[in-house]
Design a protein around this ligand. Structure first.
Ligand SMILES: Cc1cc2nc3c(=O)[nH]c(=O)nc-3n(C[C@H](O)[C@H](O)[C@H](O)COP(=O)(O)OP(=O)(O)OC[C@H]3O[C@@H](n4cnc5c(N)ncnc54)[C@H](O)[C@@H]3O)c2cc1C
Length: 324
């Protein structure tokens, strides 16, 4: 008979973090017949594959302010992406490259689709992981969840904090990873800018800019996402976002040689842990004796595909460890 926590929220697995890594992991475990509950502190699906909708001059415009597109090279990921394409939630975006894919109608669409098939609790921030006899209890504000095994799929810096007490060895691994920040600017304009759909620079303050409205399935109003380089993002890391938005818009016009135009909408978002210096080769790590494991792009490669493959790898290790 299953032991039940005071609140009855018991599962075989608790996955903390409902980004690509956590959901790829939960999906694989659930397919193998395990009961899985995913906790995510976000209000809705996305993680770093985020999309934001805003009203500009009575039109709803979307911005992908996190990941811009993803590639699919591994056979397992290609199969998953083909299923998303068939379901209409992903499409190729040739402007970014031959093998570039985007979520439709926003980057978070594949995450939303995966989450719909799982038991995901949004707006639940895991605060403490406690070993309780043969089980794990996860404390999240007023709520607590209990499971036989707990899998942590959050950015390295956040994993280091969460795991410090219950799994110091895993915490130490995470603490060795440093992520670069990224300031993302979302700018809407009344008329098209005289530019190609994408801009990249390996050396300037703007590393990437894209006409978001040119991606498949987006509204046609002129919308741009501008990413500051890691160096520029560090320089501006503690500046107020409205100030950063103005500075990076000026950087963008200078970098692209475009005459400055007043935006109809301007906002910025700071990703503190955007791109980790990943521990390539790890993939994922699972401690079968204690029933705790970790996944995330920082254990594979700092990309959507890397997060997916890490999540899948952890699910396989955990399922073997659990004899499933
Ligand atoms: C600006 C930017 C641009 C990028 N561009 C690209 C690109 O073009 N192509 C590409 O392939 N990749 C890109 N990436 C990287 C890509 O987005 C990530 O590699 C991938 O999405 C990481 O997935 P993840 O599941 O490991 O982490 P995340 O997506 O960060 O998911 C972690 C989840 O954990 C949740 N969480 C954290 N702490 C807790 C807690 N205590 N309790 C509960 N939930 C918690 C968060 O809310 C989040 O949903 C970009 C990232 C950024 C930020």
């Amino acid at each position: 008979m299953r032991w039940r926590g005071m609140d009855g929220q018991f599962s075989d697995f608790l996955v903390i973090g409902g980004g690509m890594a956590g959901l790829a992991c939960a999906d694989e475990l659930a397919r193998n017949g395990a009961s899985v509950v995913v906790l995510d502190k976000g209000r809705g699906p996305g993680g770093r594959m985020a999309a934001r909708r805003v009203e500009i001059s009575d039109a709803t415009v979307s911005f992908d302010h996190g990941a811009q597109y993803f590639t699919a090279r591994d056979p397992a990921f290609r199969e998953t992406v083909a299923a998303w394409e068939a379901a209409g939630v992903a499409a190729r975006w040739p402007a970014a490259g031959e093998d570039a894919w985007v979520g439709v109608p926003g980057m978070n669409a594949p995450i939303r689709t995966m989450a719909q098939a799982l038991d995901v609790r949004w707006s639940v921030r895991a605060e403490r992981l406690v070993r309780d006899g043969a089980h794990w209890r996860v404390e999240a504000g007023e709520q607590s969840f209990t499971a036989t095994r707990v899998l942590v799929a959050v950015p390295a810096e956040q994993a280091a904090v969460l795991l410090a007490e219950p799994a110091p060895d895993l915490a130490a691994l995470a603490a060795g990873v440093e992520s670069a920040p990224c300031w993302a600017v979302m700018a809407g304009f009344d008329a098209p800018l005289p530019l190609a759909d994408t801009f990249r620079s390996a050396t300037g303050p703007v590393s990437w800019a894209a006409r978001n409205s040119a991606k498949p399935g987006r509204a046609s109003a002129e919308a741009w996402v501008i990413h500051a380089s890691p160096q520029r993002s560090r320089e501006l890391v503690d500046h107020p976002k409205d100030e950063v938005a103005q500075i990076l818009l000026a950087d963008f016009f200078a970098a692209t040689g475009t005459a400055p135009v007043a935006p109809a909408h301007l906002d910025a978002h700071r990703w503190l842990y955007a791109l980790p210096a990943a521990l390539a080769g790890e993939g994922a790590r699972y401690d079968a004796a204690r029933g705790i494991g970790i996944a995330g792009d920082w254990l594979h490669s700092p990309r959507v595909e890397g997060a997916f493959l890490s999540g899948r790898a952890l699910a396989r290790q955990a399922a073997i460890g659990a004899g499933q």
